[in-house]
Design a protein around this ligand. Structure first.
Ligand code: 4AD
Ligand code: MG
Length: 430
């Protein structure tokens, strides 16, 4: 019966045929242990000399790393293996051999691995991270569908720059300036006025000059937008959504979390509601902790975010940032004009900001004023201003960065391992 490693539990004590690659191998006189992978998982194949034809045992001893083959074997329960099963090999048919595979079981430097990203993806750790990324994507669709959101795809080529003009990717094609999208938000606001509760899930681009473990140049963002929702209503959606992601990964990626040695006790605590702290109090907290380098009005750097997050064992919302360090579209606080109705969600364990969100301005005059203050070319935003003219309503939304969320839940140190082919400062290959 032809099957996959993922499905072997259905075939205990039966003979199966699996297409696989050799991940690793060790052998002694009369026995060879093949670490096999087929994309769906990893399993050990045991080849006993007395059990197979002579040429099969010779092949098992000489087959090279990443050679491909069909393995015929009997599935056996095995308590010691992470999967719970192993294969007692009866036959091996070589499909293609692999010579001098560059990524050997020894340690390699990061640049070397990044140059070989197309092959590095096959390794056990990278496989686990991609499976967790996939589960977060799957759970995202499940969550927003069950909550009655409509998926809307904003354009990738745009004439507007919602998050400021310093990190734009210019393209030359249209008569006017066109950029790769840095956020679909403004379009999602239009969509929310048409469909009520909407979410997008797509690639976004930031020509970031920073080289940190949290920044990609191309990353994926989930951007929900909700008509008639206040910022408080939106925070509830955010904490429910993030809890749902974490609990889905805990439930459906047990083997992967084990492969990554992820401490799951910290993840089990991630249940709504999440703590909230105002920007003002966060500044006070930092001063109490001895950070003299930050003043009211400054944006937080990575060490500040980590220090704030360390005060909690769940993600924490930092509320109401100074107007001056946030984009033009955020609704002012009703009682004071120096802060806006917004929140960033900071993940625990030093993973930093995973969500940015806010209530949006819905007053036409105020919106125009704020755009002028930000020197935005009103002609490119006429359509957006229309939204404030025709039955404008309070509305709120947020953006969750997929890769930072994958990094946190998987427990990997650097964002480059959370996307199949990362685009970083000075990296376009492979
Ligand atoms: O905080 P940001 O810039 O917010 C927006 O773009 C809003 N328009 C979203 C909205 O309200 N619809 O980005 C949102 C999230 C960040 O919290 C972070 O997780 C991620 O996107 N992000 C990045 N991830 C990887 N690399 C980068 N360079 C990122 N920049 C932002
Ligand atoms: Mg932000």
């Amino acid at each position: 019966m032809k099957t996959t490693i993922r499905e072997v539990s259905k075939f205990v004590d039966q003979e199966v045929k699996i297409g696989a690659w050799l991940a690793n191998k060790r052998s002694s006189g009369k026995i060879a242990f093949l670490q096999l992978r087929d994309g769906t998982g990893f399993i050990q194949g045991v080849v006993v000399k007395s059990d197979v034809a002579e040429e099969v045992f010779t092949l098992a001893k000489t087959i090279t790393q990443e050679s491909s083959m069909y393995v015929t074997a009997v599935v056996q329960k095995d308590e010691r293996s992470p999967l719970g099963y192993e294969l007692l090999v009866k036959d091996i048919e070589l499909i293609s051999d692999s010579t001098d595979y560059p990524i050997t079981p020894k340690e390699h430097g990061t640049e070397f691995l990044m140059d070989n990203r197309h092959l590095w993806l096959r390794s056990r750790k990278q496989h686990a991270v991609m499976k967790i990324r996939n589960e977060i994507i799957r759970a995202t669709y499940e969550f927003f569908n069950k909550e009655g959101f409509v998926k809307i795809d904003p354009p990738i080529l745009t004439g507007s720059a919602p998050e400021g003009t310093t990190e734009l990717f210019h393209t030359k094609y249209f008569e006017e300036d066109a950029y790769l999208s840095q956020s679909g938000q403004l379009y999602m606001e239009a969509a929310a006025m048409a469909l009520g509760k909407v979410f997008s899930f797509g690639p976004t681009f930031r020509a970031e000059k920073s080289k940190t473990r949290k920044h990609l140049i191309e990353f994926w963002m989930i951007e929900p937008e909700m008509a008639f929702y206040t910022q408080d209503d939106s925070l509830k959606v955010q904490e429910e959504y993030v809890s749902f992601l974490v609990q889905s990964v805990l439930e459906n990626c047990k083997i992967e979390l084990k492969t990554l040695d992820r401490d799951t006790s910290t993840l089990e605590k991630i249940q709504a509601p999440f703590p909230r702290i105002s920007y003002d109090d966060a500044i006070k907290l930092l001063h109490e902790k001895g950070f003299d380098d930050i003043e009211w009005g400054d944006d937080f750097g990575a060490p500040h975010e980590t220090a704030i997050a360390d005060a909690y064992d769940k993600p924490v919302f930092i509320l109401n940032y100074p107007t001056g360090i946030k984009p033009f579209y955020m609704q002012p606080h009703p009682d004071r004009d120096d802060v806006v109705l917004c929140a960033d969600l900071i993940a625990p364990e030093g993973y930093g900001e995973i969500i940015g969100g806010s209530e949006r301005i819905h007053d036409s005059e105020l919106m125009k004023k704020r755009m002028e203050e930000h020197n935005l070319p009103l002609s490119a935003y006429e359509w957006y201003l229309d939204l404030t003219k025709y039955g404008s309503v309070p509305h709120s939304g947020f953006g969750l960065g997929l890769e930072r969320t994958v990094a946190w839940i998987s427990g990997v140190d650097h964002i480059r391992e959370t996307i199949p082919f990362p685009r970083l400062l000075n990296r376009l290959y492979p």
